[in-house]
Design a protein around this ligand. Structure first.
Ligand code: HEC
Ligand code: HEC
Ligand code: HEC
Ligand code: HEC
Ligand code: HEC
Ligand code: HEC
Length: 500
């Protein structure tokens, strides 16, 4: 046998031979998958894990087994006096030795190369969106799906979740290994809890691409609404949101961002882990060092409670907590679809029906999509038999639109929907800005944290279907679409719009 001449005698033992087969087979498979990866167009999410993590690990394992086998074999031979204790001597003047040496060196080098290459690929692969988003399919499905329909669809998961630098790399890979374990053993929580408590500070992630000095003045929102009445009464609202920022050349400007991040430091104490109730807020003027503390008159903290609560310096994430995993409330998505005519606004009760069908707590996606179709069609067949035949096509289109909305925003397997993930921008469906700006946070000397409807935005215009347009550059007084007296001035909007 040729091999007998090349490898030392100690190689020929059962353990080492098993190791050699493991190493050779996995080496062959790595090469094979690597070639597939180069020429394949349609890459499968699990292939990367197999080709660059599992097989190379097996390869290393195989080599370790070979060495172990050789050590054991040598020990055995030493005991039985089968062989001398001398290490084999290599004589480069001997052509046979030379040939064997180069052969072994070549095999060793190609093993090392393939392991090195694979670990580089493994590193790249674990940083890819494909890995983050699809490897643990069910677990990350909600985040990944929402992400693909968000403004950040082209920003990698790692750019917000890890950022650069060795420190967070190690931290994230460590917690990542734990996550792989919890997925493998089905130990993960449903839904994945939010907020993430060890998220990298926004200065090192968001501010790599957006920074407060570069925010500009105002942004126009043109909102279209359809009420939950028989006619889906339409009304429109225009808001000028005072985003603001600070720019060295333009001097200090006002607005939401400037106030929050450059001129002032805001620290707060939340009384729940999801940071939805904020009884204590401190603002510090960076230039003068002056401080003001606002406390909630609704649910104040005692001094002991305050001392026991961990405070947090406000940053981007405290408002933009859902910049990319946005699970939209059905009120909003249905308004948008109706405005575009994708859900037919001429179908009586379409708004109420669509919202109710979306929000029903189905046990699985299949059941949901099925019920949406049958119930929507049944509703018109039974209640509006005269309309049904005329509107058949637009009913079909509406159904498929509602199903699409469901697919993007509801994930029954992970128990994920808009109800579980508050979005802190705004105040309509979640407390959001009103966690502090509810008009009930005061300083000792009676200064109130403003809830004036024109502090954060100017309401430029409002118009109900048949009414006259009310419009003013200086801002008009808000008119709530249905008569609820003055309660919208005192209660939080979310108390009615997203009741507990
Ligand atoms: C634009 C930045 C950004 C990108 C890109 C991003 N995330 Fe997130 N992610 C966040 C923020 C912010 C949170 C919520 C943090 C909080 O509330 O504490 C979050 C939360 C999460 C959570 C916790 C559960 C939840 O929904 O709050 C998971 C899981 C997650 N992201 C996975 C991913 C995956 C997978 C990708 C890539 C497909 C990704 N993220 C891309 C910013 C981002
Ligand atoms: C790698 C660069 C990058 C990072 C990191 C990043 N963003 Fe963005 N972000 C963008 C780009 C590009 C857009 C513009 C997308 C567009 O206009 O379609 C954007 C848009 C936005 C918008 C406007 C969304 C809208 O509805 O128009 C917000 C808000 C935002 N980002 C917040 C954040 C926050 C908060 C973080 C940190 C968690 C963050 N971004 C991290 C690149 C980034
Ligand atoms: C006090 C809450 C708050 C904080 C803190 C905050 N933002 Fe914003 N941001 C807003 C609001 C409100 C808007 C307007 C949203 C809208 O128009 O829908 C906005 C808009 C934006 C936009 C979109 C601008 C545009 O023209 O469309 C970006 C980008 C953004 N913020 C990034 C950031 C970053 C990065 C940080 C951290 C440095 C940050 N924000 C901190 C409340 C905040
Ligand atoms: C953690 C508490 C907290 C949250 C949440 C919060 N703010 Fe504020 N906000 C403050 C404090 C404190 C001030 C400074 C008040 C002062 O000057 O004493 C302030 C001031 C402002 C101002 C300037 C007001 C003025 O009188 O000029 C604007 C605009 C503003 N916030 C917008 C927002 C928006 C929009 C949101 C939601 C996206 C928001 N804030 C969420 C605490 C908060
Ligand atoms: C602390 C800042 C702040 C105050 C005070 C405030 N708003 Fe807003 N409001 C916002 C922000 C930010 C948005 C945009 C949210 C978004 O981008 O989805 C908003 C959005 C809205 C919307 C559109 C909601 C939707 O989702 O369709 C209405 C209506 C509204 N505000 C009415 C009011 C009224 C009425 C008041 C006075 C009682 C008020 N706001 C006070 C910050 C504020
Ligand atoms: C006492 C309960 C209550 C309070 C408080 C309340 N609303 Fe409403 N709101 C309603 C009801 C009821 C409707 C009608 C629902 C419908 O027709 O779909 C409505 C409808 C709306 C709509 C139209 C919704 C859509 O999907 O078309 C908007 C926008 C709105 N409210 C904004 C606000 C804002 C902003 C606040 C806080 C400043 C607020 N509401 C406070 C009860 C309330």
């Amino acid at each position: 046998m040729v091999l007998k001449k090349i490898f030392p005698a100690a190689f020929f033992n059962t353990v080492s031979l098993i190791g050699a087969s493991i190493a050779t087979i996995s080496f062959g498979l790595v090469i094979f998958l690597f070639v597939l990866e180069i020429f394949g167009t349609n890459q499968k999410p699990y292939m990367g894990i197999l080709a660059f993590v599992i097989l190379p690990a097996l390869l290393v394992f195989g080599v370790a087994v070979i060495i172990l086998g050789m050590i054991l074999e040598r020990r055995r031979r030493l005991k039985t006096g089968d062989v001398s204790t001398h290490l084999p001597s290599v004589d480069f003047n001997n052509p046979k030795h030379r040939k064997n040496f180069f052969f072994i060196a070549f095999v060793g080098a190609s093993f090392l190369f393939s392991i090195g290459f694979a670990s580089f690929q493994a590193y790249e692969y674990t940083e890819s969106d494909e890995f983050c988003g699809t490897t643990c399919h069910t677990v990350m499905e909600p985040e990944y799906t929402a992400y693909q329909f968000s403004p950040h669809a082209k920003v990698g998961c790692v750019q917000c979740h890890i950022g650069s630098g060795a420190n967070y790399f190690v931290k994230s890979k460590l917690s990542g290994s734990y996550q792989l374990y919890s997925v493998a053993f089905n130990k993960y929580p449903r839904p994945v809890p939010t907020p993430i408590h060890n998220l990298r500070p926004a200065q090192e992630t968001c501010e790599q691409c957006h920074w407060p000095k570069h925010f500009f003045s105002e942004k126009l929102h043109k909102n279209n609404y359809f009420l939950s009445d028989k006619n889906n009464t339409r009304w429109d609202l225009t808001l000028l949101v005072k985003i603001g920022g600070g720019n060295i050349e333009a001097g200090p400007t006002s607005g939401i961002h400037w106030h929050m991040n450059i001129g002032h430091q805001i620290t707060y104490a939340p009384s729940d882990s999801s940071r939805q109730t904020i009884p204590w807020v401190k603002v510090k003027d960076v230039a003068t060092g002056a401080e003001r503390v606002y406390t909630s008159t609704d649910a104040p903290l005692t001094d002991e409670q305050l001392a026991a609560t961990e405070t947090r310096r406000m940053d981007c994430i405290d408002c933009h907590n859902r910049p990319t995993h946005i699970y939209r409330p059905p009120g909003r998505t249905v308004n948008t679809a109706m405005n575009l005519g994708w859900i037919d606004p001429d179908l009586p009760d379409a708004k109420t029906l669509s919202v109710n069908l979306l929000d029903f707590p189905y046990s699985s996606r299949e059941k949901a999509l099925d019920s949406i179709k049958t119930q929507f069609e049944e509703y018109y067949r039974l209640r509006y038999p005269d309309i049904f035949p005329l509107k058949k096509e637009s009913i079909q289109k509406s159904v498929s639109e509602i199903q699409k909305i469901y697919n993007r925003n509801y994930f029954p397997d992970m128990k994920v929907s808009w109800k579980k993930f508050p979005d802190n921008i705004g105040h309509m469906y979640y407390p959001g800005c009103f966690r502090c700006h509810d008009g009930k946070h005061q300083t000792q000397d009676g200064k109130i944290l403003s809830r004036d409807c024109n502090v954060c935005h100017t309401i430029l215009s409002q118009q109900f279907e048949k009414d006259e347009l009310r419009i003013s550059i200086a801002g008009i007084e808000y008119q709530h679409p249905v008569d609820i007296g003055d309660s919208w001035k005192e209660m939080n909007c979310s108390d009615c719009h997203n009741p507990k």
